[in-house]
Design a protein around this ligand. Structure first.
Ligand SMILES: NC(=O)c1ccc[n+]([C@@H]2O[C@H](COP(=O)([O-])OP(=O)(O)OC[C@H]3O[C@@H](n4cnc5c(N)ncnc54)[C@H](OP(=O)(O)O)[C@@H]3O)[C@@H](O)[C@H]2O)c1
Length: 306
């Protein structure tokens, strides 16, 4: 039977698996889930980050299961779902939060860093989804929620791998939305823009992008300097908080008819609006001219005709 009405609500004691829960948005979300719900929580982190749970007041107890999960290691996602099912018999909701940003222009991407970003932002969430789905389908109930990004709806210069990984997970989840709707399993992509946080300090670089960033003689130096400063400025100044995004995630988990795409910050709404209403050529033209110091990008930069 094709389900067209609202999705079944999560039970009060639903089992929720959250990745990347020891810092940033994941930690704020873990606190909110513990404080504002009676859900049982499966919180995962890289083995090297697990000790941070104790520092943040989380321990293995009757409501909480703490598990290692390194997103770059295939199989650890499946093992985490199996461990959660062994403890509580099910996973009702999966929240893919762990994420990694990489600053490198396309010319400076290397396989190792590209693979790492794709593993954390795309392959590992996909593995977790595959592992959690059979149980959700059997119970005809479940929520699959992935923290995507404005970078999953529009690409920014110097962030090609990040955008590619977020576009990839958006495509996978959009397919999935159609596939599993008949079983009452809801799929959502929560898309924040800039969140007030220090996560820009953890942005990875490739050796080539690092070298260009520090050497003013390098052709892409201004790209990096201008975009790095802009992103740091916006993350420090934005009013959008991790607490606000966590509240949006909770609302989405509880909604009976959650949207596939949830714009989670005011700038996400603005970019979504621009993208939908500006003719595509004009949209790219406007954004190009809005880039910081773009007149200094490349030698005597001139805009090509498209
Ligand atoms: N901050 C923003 O402005 C912003 C905007 C849009 C979207 N987002 C998205 O929001 C999500 C959370 O980002 P955030 O701002 O909270 O970033 P963050 O503070 O840097 O936290 C990232 C989380 O991902 C985990 N992680 C990184 N590599 C991992 C790996 N190999 N295996 C397992 N976990 C790994 C980190 O664990 P460790 O602590 O062990 O490194 C950490 O818990 C991400 O998906 C990000 O793309 C953030």
């Amino acid at each position: 039977m094709l389900r067209s009405g609202p999705y079944p609500a999560l039970p009060a004691d639903a089992v929720v698996l959250l990745t990347g829960a020891t810092r940033g948005l994941g930690l704020v979300l873990a606190r909110a889930l513990r404080r504002d719900t009676a859900f049982r929580l499966v919180l995962t982190a890289r083995a090297s980050s697990l000790p941070r749970f104790a520092t943040e007041g989380f321990s293995d107890d009757d409501r909480t299961l703490l598990l290692p999960l390194d997103a770059t290691r295939p199989g650890e996602g499946r093992a985490a779902v199996a461990a959660a099912e062994a403890r509580w018999g099910r996973v009702d909701a999966l929240v893919n939060n762990a994420g990694l940003a990489l600053r490198a222009v396309v010319e400076h991407l290397d396989d190792a860093r590209f693979d790492e970003v794709m593993a954390v932002n795309f392959r590992a969430p996909a593995e977790l989804i595959q592992a959690a789905l059979p149980g959700m389908r059997a119970r005809r109930l479940g929520r699959i929620l992935t923290i995507s990004s404005v970078g999953g709806m529009m690409a920014m210069p110097t962030m090609a791998a990040y955008s590619a990984s977020k576009f990839a997970i958006e495509g996978l989840c959009e397919s999935l939305w159609y596939e599993i709707r008949p079983w009452g399993v809801a799929v959502s992509l929560v898309e924040p823009g800039f969140i007030n946080s220090d996560s820009f300090t953890r942005t990875r670089r490739t050796p080539a992008s690092q070298a260009s960033e520090t050497d003013p003689a390098e052709p892409y130096h201004v790209h990096y300097a201008a975009m790095g400063a802009l992103i740091a400025h916006l993350m420090r100044r934005t009013w959008a908080t991790p607490e606000g995004v966590a509240a949006t995630v909770l609302r989405t988990l509880r909604a009976r008819s959650p949207h596939l795409r949830v714009r989670a910050t005011p700038d996400a709404l603005l970019f979504d609006y621009l993208r939908r209403w500006l003719p595509r050529r004009l949209y790219h033209h406007v954004l190009f001219h809005a880039l910081p110091e773009v007149r200094r990008w490349g030698p005597a930069s001139r805009e090509p005709r498209d």
